[in-house]
Design a binder for this molecule. Structure first.
Ligand SMILES: NC(=O)C1=CN([C@@H]2O[C@H](COP(=O)(O)OP(=O)(O)OC[C@H]3O[C@@H](n4cnc5c(N)ncnc54)[C@H](OP(=O)(O)O)[C@@H]3O)[C@@H](O)[C@H]2O)[C@@H](O)CC1
Ligand SMILES: Nc1ncnc2c1ncn2[C@@H]1O[C@H](COP(=O)(O)OP(=O)(O)O)[C@@H](O)[C@H]1O
Ligand SMILES: [K+]
Length: 494
């Protein structure tokens, strides 16, 4: 699990060190130069002779870039400095000049960017305000759409962003109209939350953290980023001594005569993930369709540890009855698709909502009439929308998309590694509901009380892992089962 902090928290952690005279910029620049050397050697076999274009802003981000470039120039790189905002960091500029760097005026900047083996983006970091001056925005746009851009050493042009790619908000990951797309981002002291969130994570490329001696102390991380390696530690393995009721029973209200497939996908996925028992609530035809492929399921209501509701347009009265049960007993509920239409304000029980951007637009339109973002605005800033919905409902909001993000009502986030684009097919969301429901049921009575946002993150990781091993939604449960059996075997071997 990687932890991401707000820019403000990182800057606050820098303060005592700066006050004590710690050479933070020298450490940052040394770490940055080391990554640049390694990447140049990996791509081209050497640093000497490499053309490096340094986009230097007006603050310390530019200072980092200039000092790193000075170290690279000392190893024989040909450095050109582009003063992107005027007023470059004075000591950094002096150092790079002393090492033999050239300065580029506006015309030369275009050529320097087009001909560079390595572009260092040191325009803006944690001190950025939104919006870039128009000439700079034009320069960046032109460079990044120039498909012929290449260096003298070979076709590969590397872009390394200093701390945060310019145009990306270090805290939220939101991108402005123009931003730098980096191959690698070298960040200092602590991961900035925006590097782990939709938008920022895509712009940042591979993120490398350089230790400059920062201690984040009691600061609460804004983001917990999860990847494959987090599946095993989070997975609720059956416990020795469990029986089917202590393992956890899931009640599933999904599917309808018109859409029986949704119940089948969610039901089989829940069973593949592992539940003590699956109860199916809905019309006979739907139950029969599920029972035909998973005879261990049981039709009809009964006691459950969690509910999963909404995929495939199930009857509203059935969903309402399950929500009432959850409210009375405090059971966790996953609400998808049709069940989201029943959310009118704060829910009185633990819940995870699983909208895609269109469904979230509808939900926010109902909860915050007049002030709600539309689908496009949500896709542009998924974090803000998911957080607004989490605050308004008191629920965890899992906003599905190419890069799914999970928001808690307190504003903190879980960011699972993105799954394969092959998941963009009908029915994969139904599978996710089944996986999530199973995990809610099997953790519901664990001590300490499970963190629903991490449970939701685990559901997304498993869903993505399965997505790598199949081509279609109905292939996901078997892939999931294989993944979980492998997990159990490696757990038993430990
Ligand atoms: N503290 C430390 O010692 C350490 C800091 N470190 C490094 O410093 C970085 C933070 O440095 P920073 O605070 O100087 O902010 P930075 O991102 O360089 O930008 C500020 C400058 O840009 C300007 N500006 C802002 N937005 C703008 C816009 N949209 N359009 C135009 N101009 C804009 C802004 O202008 P102003 O608002 O003052 O008018 C100001 O001049 C951090 O990311 C890390 O790389 C590391 O070395 C570790 C030690
Ligand atoms: N381009 C993509 N890359 C990765 N995952 C995606 C992509 N597009 C969609 N997904 C995932 O596929 C699932 C689609 O769910 P949903 O929109 O509810 O579809 P459906 O209702 O058809 O099942 C979500 O888990 C989403 O995160
Ligand atoms: K930068």
């Amino acid at each position: 699990m990687r932890l991401g902090y707000t820019a403000a928290d990182v800057r606050a952690a820098e303060e005592p060190l700066l006050a004590a005279g710690a050479p933070l910029m020298a450490r940052a620049a040394a770490g940055l130069a080391a990554v640049c050397r390694r990447e140049l050697v990996a791509a081209h076999g050497r640093v000497a002779g490499a053309r490096i274009a340094v986009l230097a802003g007006a603050g310390n981000n530019g200072g980092d870039a200039l000092f790193a470039a000075a170290a690279l120039a000392a190893r024989g790189a040909a450095v050109t400095v582009i003063e992107a905002l005027g007023r470059p960091h004075a000591d950094g500029l002096a150092a790079v000049r002393a090492a033999g760097a050239q300065a580029a005026d506006t015309g030369a900047a275009r050529a320097a960017l087009a001909d560079a083996d390595l572009v260092l983006d040191g325009i803006l970091g944690t001190g950025a305000r939104t919006g870039l001056p128009a000439p700079l925005a034009d320069l960046l746009r032109e460079w990044q759409t120039d498909t012929g851009a290449r260096g003298v050493l070979g076709r590969t042009q590397l872009t390394i962003a200093v701390d945060v790619p310019t145009g990306v908000d270090a805290t939220t990951g939101e991108r402005g109209e123009v931003w730098v797309e980096a191959d690698t981002t070298v960040t200092f002291g602590a991961l900035k939350s925006g590097l782990l969130l939709p938008g920022g994570a895509d712009a940042a490329g591979r993120v490398e953290l350089v230790d400059i001696g920062l201690d984040m102390g009691d600061a609460q991380p804004r983001v917990q980023a999860l990847d494959e390696d987090d599946i095993a530690p989070l997975f609720p393995f059956p416990r020795r001594g469990d029986h089917k009721y202590t393992r956890g029973v899931l009640g599933l209200v999904a599917g309808s005569d018109a859409y029986p497939g949704a119940a089948a996908l969610a039901g089989v996925a829940a069973i593949a993930t592992g539940v003590g028992m699956l109860r199916l609530v809905g019309p006979r035809r739907v139950a029969d369709a599920v029972l035909a492929i998973t005879p261990e399921a049981v039709a009809g209501r009964g006691r459950v540890q969690a509910w999963a509701l909404g995929s495939g347009a199930p009857a509203e009265y059935e969903m309402r009855a399950s929500l009432a049960d959850a409210r009375e007993s405090g059971l966790p509920v996953a609400l998808d698709a049709g069940a989201l239409a029943l959310v009118e304000g704060p829910l009185g029980h633990p819940a995870v909502l699983t909208p895609h951007a269109g469904e979230l637009a509808e939900l926010l339109g109902r909860l915050e009439p007049g002030d709600a973002p539309d689908r496009a605005a949500i896709e542009a800033d998924p974090v803000a929308a998911a957080t607004a919905a989490a605050r308004a409902t008191g629920a965890v909001v899992l906003l599905k998309g190419p890069r799914t993000v999970i928001a808690r009502p307190d504003g903190s986030l879980v960011a699972p590694a993105p799954g394969p684009a092959a998941l963009a097919t009908a029915g994969t969301g139904d599978v996710l509901l089944g996986v999530l429901g199973a995990l809610l049921a099997t953790t519901a009575e664990h001590e300490p009380v499970p963190d629903l946002a991490l449970v939701a993150g685990l559901a997304v990781l498993l869903h993505s892992a399965a997505g790598h091993a199949t081509t279609h939604a109905s292939g996901l449960p078997a892939a999931l089962e294989a993944r979980i059996v492998a997990l159990r075997e490696s757990e038993a071997g430990r």
